[in-house]
Design a protein around this ligand. Structure first.
Ligand code: RIB
Ligand code: CA
Length: 309
């Protein structure tokens, strides 16, 4: 049976690759996209989610708009310097014809999980506000979700927006703290592994040879993202953040995971830090399955094979 997936997303250039990868993987049934702020505003990310699905010929997949702001803190800046003002590399893709659902992202998540007990995997590739709100609206979903798979956090490596915080967690640390302590099966793909999966310019150019809808869309949005990497790191090679979550769903054997309690700092200079308690000295009752190692070549080969198909 196909694995039912909801992707909570802030598209977002790497989000785009993740969504295209999911759509080109027959093992997965993408039952909906829920939009969140992060790379851009939630208004823009909702439009982008509609755009991506329409370009992929999948207007049958619903989009639900999520929260415009974090649970408690003042909103941080959006990552438009990384993803462009439009969130899709300033590619100015066609305005979508479709509209978002008239229920919120959190309500959609609750509705789908209650309707499909034990079958829905929540893939979060943006800030965790919608996921936290869903758990708050209906705590019963915590025992009914198949798995929560998160691109976010940094357990044993430095952060990418502060010395200790990864962007998705930093944008709403209170939401992340709620999600990490809820007690549902949670797998964290943090910078520990996503920065080890490096897509070179040559790799991307090989993928573009497929000249299909997905690879042409990625080719259209990717240059802005590569230019950010060139300015930051002096190379147009990119990290594989969001697509890694889909690769994990397709072949979890490519990742080494360890069950480790994770504390999310919500206050002060280190807000957004995901602190692994390797010896459970704080006696936390819940844990995350942290991805600590990855067969990066296996992930790259899997992504290329699927996108070029
Ligand atoms: O830190 C990387 C994450 O932040 C990715 O999800 C990227 O899309 C941004 O949302
Ligand atoms: Ca993202």
């Amino acid at each position: 049976m196909r694995q039912k997936v909801i992707i909570d997303t802030d598209p977002g250039i790497d989000d785009t690759m993740a969504i295209m990868l999911a759509l080109k993987s027959p093992e997965l049934e993408l039952v909906g996209l829920t939009a969140i702020y992060g790379n851009v505003s939630c208004d823009q990310s909702s439009i982008n989610a509609l755009k991506l699905l329409e370009i992929a010929g999948r207007r049958d997949i619903p989009v639900a708009k999520g929260s415009n702001v974090p649970l408690f803190i003042e909103p941080h800046r959006y990552a438009t310097h990384v993803h462009g003002e439009d969130g899709l590399g300033n590619s100015n893709l066609p305005v979508p014809k479709g509209k978002v659902l008239d229920i919120s992202a959190a309500e959609f998540i609750v509705k789908m999980v209650l309707k499909n007990p034990g079958e829905i995997t929540l893939v979060s590739i943006g800030p965790l506000t919608n996921i936290a709100l869903a758990a708050r609206i209906e705590p019963g979903i915590i025992k009914l979700v198949k798995e929560v798979v998160i691109m976010g956090g940094a357990a044993t490596v430095r952060g990418n927006v502060t010395p200790v915080a990864e962007a998705n967690i930093w944008q709403d640390p209170h939401a992340a703290s709620i999600v990490f302590s809820a007690g549902w099966p949670l797998t964290m793909l943090g910078l520990d592994v996503t920065t080890k999966i490096i897509q070179t310019e040559e790799y991307l150019n090989e993928i573009y040879l497929a000249n299909n809808t997905a690879t042409n869309l990625i080719k259209a949005v990717m240059p802005f993202y590569q230019n950010f990497y060139f300015k930051r790191f002096g190379s147009k090679n990119i990290h594989t953040h969001d697509p890694s979550t889909i690769a994990y769903l397709l072949n979890s054997k490519l990742f080494t995971v360890k069950p480790i309690p994770v504390f999310v700092e919500t206050e002060g200079r280190c807000a957004g830090q995901t602190v692994p308690d390797f010896c459970n000295q704080w006696g936390t009752q819940t844990h995350a399955n942290i991805c600590v190692e990855v067969n990066f070549q296996g992930v790259l080969d899997l992504i290329k094979k699927r996108l070029m198909n």
